[in-house]
Design a protein around this ligand. Structure first.
Ligand code: ZN
Length: 893
């Protein structure tokens, strides 16, 4: 799955908001109620095959279904537990040797129901036959839900992690992999799509038709999917050794927007096959657009990947390199899951990382080979650093966190799982060697095809292919939280040697009593008189000394994170750091330079470096040829903005313009005909940064002029720049602009343009207009799946950043019923992001006073709340420790 990330770097997931048990029954429930299994069903009853028959009408909010589940009883059984949510069972039977015994439905808890047999059934094979009704949600993105496009209704599904139980009573766990055979009854004018190809279609009474799909390969319930509606189906050619058909499936009338996806999907599958050394595991590769999703961006259903429409489709006239690269990345991620997740499935949710970290690592590996000019590795570092920031909280999760409650399943889909996990895989791949790592991956897939596996199986396969110490070292990163900080000193008295010391990296003021250590593969590169040399060490204790065996004398310069492939912060001694910061020899590559600047910022946050030194270091990096290095300089310079005393804001603006302004002016708002994609991408990032964060009034005026023109005739802004121009204009915009943007939003149906307009509306600095934007969250004509972005716009802006909290507090009882509910993505947990504006005790009291008593009800809420509070403390600590240094630096600007 790919998650949506808000502008405040919050990853969100979800919720069972109403885990109401709706499993009523026409048969009498048993008098001897038994406790349902806590969280996890045991193996005493195993499903071996499902056949489901559903009647689905896209305009309805209920559906009816029948499911036959072939099961294997391990022992004599009277009570069979299944998962079900919002399912009403009409009839249930236990069938064996052609004898059907009625089963009584016994209420379980919010996620389970029991089927009680009149007498104990002996161990062995049997069939459960269940007739039931379920709900179709008009506004959620969990279970079976509606989508709308151009006045037409559609149905889609999203079952990961635990929402298949909204569509069928089933054994809703990843360890139960079985064939699934689906039959759907849908209106004749609609098309139905599912994981397996269609085998039969027959007309039925009442304008309906029956669509039968082949049985799938063994799959867990969370990977089953279907879609119903009037679709445009676009041929994407054939892919892989088995020449599987690739199709892009768009809402009616949107097929012309599938052009890019139709071109690139098959080549991505070809490359994945090459890496995995085994053919695409399923019979087809459908890529399906969902008009609006909430909480997830794309989902790896076997043979039928789903995407939020703005990822998969774009009007070619409005398409941008950002959008195309995002599709390629997300497609590579979801298609990598077809092997890693679908073909071999995690045994339980404690290994969610194994799916997600692997797919995240794989997506960039494939893109780096396929499109080297995209510089995927350099982009990935941004995500890695986000993971590190998250990991420097005391309340950080481990990558492999035990799953004790439903909250833990939800919390598992976060930046630690995806981005830290991918970075740790990359580090060990680099240590083991790419070829050996690949051999291990192939062995793992071969051994566990169509089955389940755990982290131990994975690490065993990788270790046996090469590095025997890998399992133990890797585990130190999986089983404990935190990012290590490695201090580096070069000692040249005698034979050159490196003194390395490790500790947990934490924000200023945080104390860690645990004293964790990791087994860290540290690869260094240094300059000798004979040229550069690379050596790797395993730092497996708190401190250690390593001789530099290839050094002919004292190295003139040394990096302790070769290619930035290590997952650790580096703290160089006072003699090493200036050589790296001032390197003009090209010794450091772009990834290492980006990483160096990030390290410096991280050391300021932990109180080990001076903010003035970090800000001074920004200046040369702002001129870097690679936009990702410049982006790191932007991030560091931008991160201190909230710590700048008001009186010194003019100096801060001058500093930003001094460092970044000339490049921004040169780029301007309008692309030049011969600009390459990198230049276009840099423009979209750097120009609005200087305009807003550097308060460049000339750039702001020009943005407003362009915005007014575009609002008149929808012309003269390149699609690349639409978001940048409109959001900059909004920042200093007035009521007239606000009204024009709102009118434009009401006029357009294009999803991408709507997202840009909603973003712009959320960014007005005028508090009255910011308030008006927030009020739109309560307007009946906006779908909250789309409009929730309005809540996060003001968070980075000083005059308005506290308004979202006040809005939520004042309107909570009206807002919450409108939010997408149910499913693993609790929109209420996402509301906690409004606390990112708090940076002192008074604000913390207000925030905590409102949410502390509520978060226990939110799925994933307790941990998200604890992290938010810790972030407030970090902000406070930074405010008291860094402000003076920042002020001293800015006074000289
Ligand atoms: Zn994924």
């Amino acid at each position: 799955m790919v998650f949506i990330v808000t502008s405040v770097r919050l990853r969100y997931h979800g919720a069972k908001m109403h885990r109401r048990l709706a499993a009523a029954c026409l048969l009498a429930a048993s008098a001897w109620a038994a406790d349902p299994p806590p969280l996890r069903l045991d193996d005493s009853v195993r499903p071996v095959r499902y056949a489901a028959d559903l009647t689905l009408r896209p305009e309805a909010t209920v559906f009816s279904g029948t499911i036959d589940i072939d099961v294997e009883l391990a022992k004599p059984t009277t009570l069979i537990w299944l998962n079900a949510v919002d399912i009403t069972i009409r009839q249930a039977r236990f069938i064996r040797t052609r004898q059907a015994i009625p089963a009584a439905v016994e209420p379980g808890d919010a996620n389970t129901i029991g089927l009680r047999l009149p007498a104990a059934a002996a161990a062995g094979a049997a069939r459960l036959h269940i007739e039931y009704e379920g709900k179709i949600s008009p506004r959620n993105s969990a279970g079976i839900f509606q989508g709308r496009n151009g006045g037409e209704n559609y149905l889609f599904t999203q079952f990961e992690a635990i929402d298949a139980r909204r569509a069928y009573p089933c054994f809703d766990q990843p360890n139960f992999k079985t064939p699934w055979q689906l039959t759907l009854h849908v209106p004749q004018r609609h098309t139905a799509i599912s994981n397996a190809p269609q085998t039969l279609e027959t007309r039925e009474a009442g304008g309906m038709k029956k669509v039968v799909f082949g049985a799938t390969k063994p799959l867990p319930s969370y990977l089953i999917a279907f879609a119903v509606g009037s679709f445009d189906i676009v041929d994407g050619g054939r892919a892989g050794k088995n020449r599987v058909p690739v199709r892009i499936i768009a809402p009616k009338g949107k097929g012309y927007q599938a052009k890019y996806a139709a071109e690139v999907t098959a080549p991505i599958i070809d490359r994945l096959e090459d890496y995995f050394g085994s053919p695409f595991p399923y019979d087809k590769a459908d890529q399906v657009a969902i008009p609006l999703t909430y909480g997830f961006g794309a989902m790896e259903n076997a043979g039928m990947v789903t995407y939020g429409q703005t990822i998969l489709l774009s009007d070619p006239a409005l398409d941008t390199p950002q959008r195309q690269r995002q599709y390629a990345r997300d497609a590579a991620h979801e298609l990598a899951h077809q092997w890693f997740g679908d073909l071999v499935t995690l045994a339980w949710w404690d290994d969610t990382w194994l799916n997600e970290a692997f797919a995240t690592w794989m997506e960039s590996k494939i893109l780096a080979e396929w499109k080297p000019e995209w510089n995927s590795r350099l982009n990935d570092l941004g995500a890695t650093f986000g993971g590190m920031r998250n990991d420097s909280l005391l309340s950080a999760r481990r990558i492999r966190q035990p799953i004790e409650t439903l909250n833990d399943i939800s919390n598992a889909f976060d930046g630690i799982t995806y981005d830290k996990g991918a970075a740790v895989i990359r580090m060990f791949e680099s240590w083991a060697g790419e070829a050996q790592f690949q051999a291990g991956v192939r062995a793992y897939l071969n051994r566990y095809s169509f089955r389940n596996a755990t982290v131990h199986d994975f690490l065993d396969a990788i270790s046996s292919a090469g590095q025997p110490r890998l399992t133990q070292a890797f585990s130190t990163f999986l089983e404990q939280p935190g990012v290590p900080e490695v201090s580096v000193e070069l000692n040249c008295s005698g034979a050159p040697r490196l003194e390395l010391l490790q500790q947990r990296h934490l924000g200023i003021g945080a104390k860690d009593a645990a004293g964790e250590t990791w087994q860290i593969p540290v690869c260094v590169r240094y300059q000798t008189s004979a040229g550069p040399r690379k050596e790797c060490f395993l730092l497996d204790r708190a401190s250690a000394e390593f001789p530099l065996r290839q050094a002919t004398g004292c190295p003139s310069i040394l990096t302790a994170n070769h290619n930035a492939s290590g997952y650790y912060e580096t703290s160089y001694s006072a003699d090493l750091l200036p050589k790296l910061l001032n390197d003009r020899s090209g010794f450091l590559n772009a990834a290492e330079r980006r990483s160096l600047l990030h390290d410096l910022g991280a050391l300021v946050d932990s109180g080990e470096a001076k903010p003035g030194d970090a800000l001074a270091a920004v200046v040369p990096f702002a001129e870097a040829p690679e936009r990702q290095v410049v982006a790191e300089a932007q991030a560091l310079a931008g991160s201190v903005r909230r710590l700048v005393p008001s009186a010194l804001l003019p100096n801060y603006y001058r500093f930003i313009r001094g460092a970044f302004g000339s490049r921004a002016a040169e780029l301007g708002w309008t692309p030049k005909p011969d600009d390459d994609a990198e230049t276009r991408l840099q423009r979209a990032s750097l120009v609005p940064f200087v305009a807003v964060v550097g308060d460049d009034t000339a750039l702001q005026r020009e943005a407003r002029r362009l915005a007014d023109g575009w609002l008149r005739d929808r012309k003269n802004i390149d699609p690349d720049m639409l978001n940048a121009v409109l959001s900059t204009a909004a920042h200093s915009g007035n009521r007239a602009l606000f009204d024009s943007l709102l009118a434009a939003l009401n006029q357009t149906q294009d999803r991408r343009t709507r997202a840009v307009l909603i973003n712009a509306l959320s960014l007005f600095s005028d508090p009255m207009l910011a308030q008006d934007a927030l009020n739109l969250l309560l307007a009946p004509d906006f779908d909250p799946r789309e409009s929730l972005a309005l809540l996060y716009g003001p968070l980075g802006s000083r005059p308005t950043e506290w308004l979202p909290f006040e809005f939520v507090r004042a309107n909570y009882d009206r807002l919450v019923p409108r939010l997408p509910s149910g499913g693993d993505f609790d929109a209420r947990t996402q509301l906690l992001a409004v606390g990112s504006a708090a940076c002192d005790e008074a604000a913390e009291r207000e925030f905590s006073g409102f949410f502390a008593s509520r978060v226990a009800q939110y799925v994933g809420g307790p941990r998200a709340f604890a992290q938010r509070i810790e972030n407030i403390h970090v902000c406070e600590a930074r405010m008291s420790s860094e402000t003076a240094g920042i002020a001293a630096f800015l006074e000289k600007q």
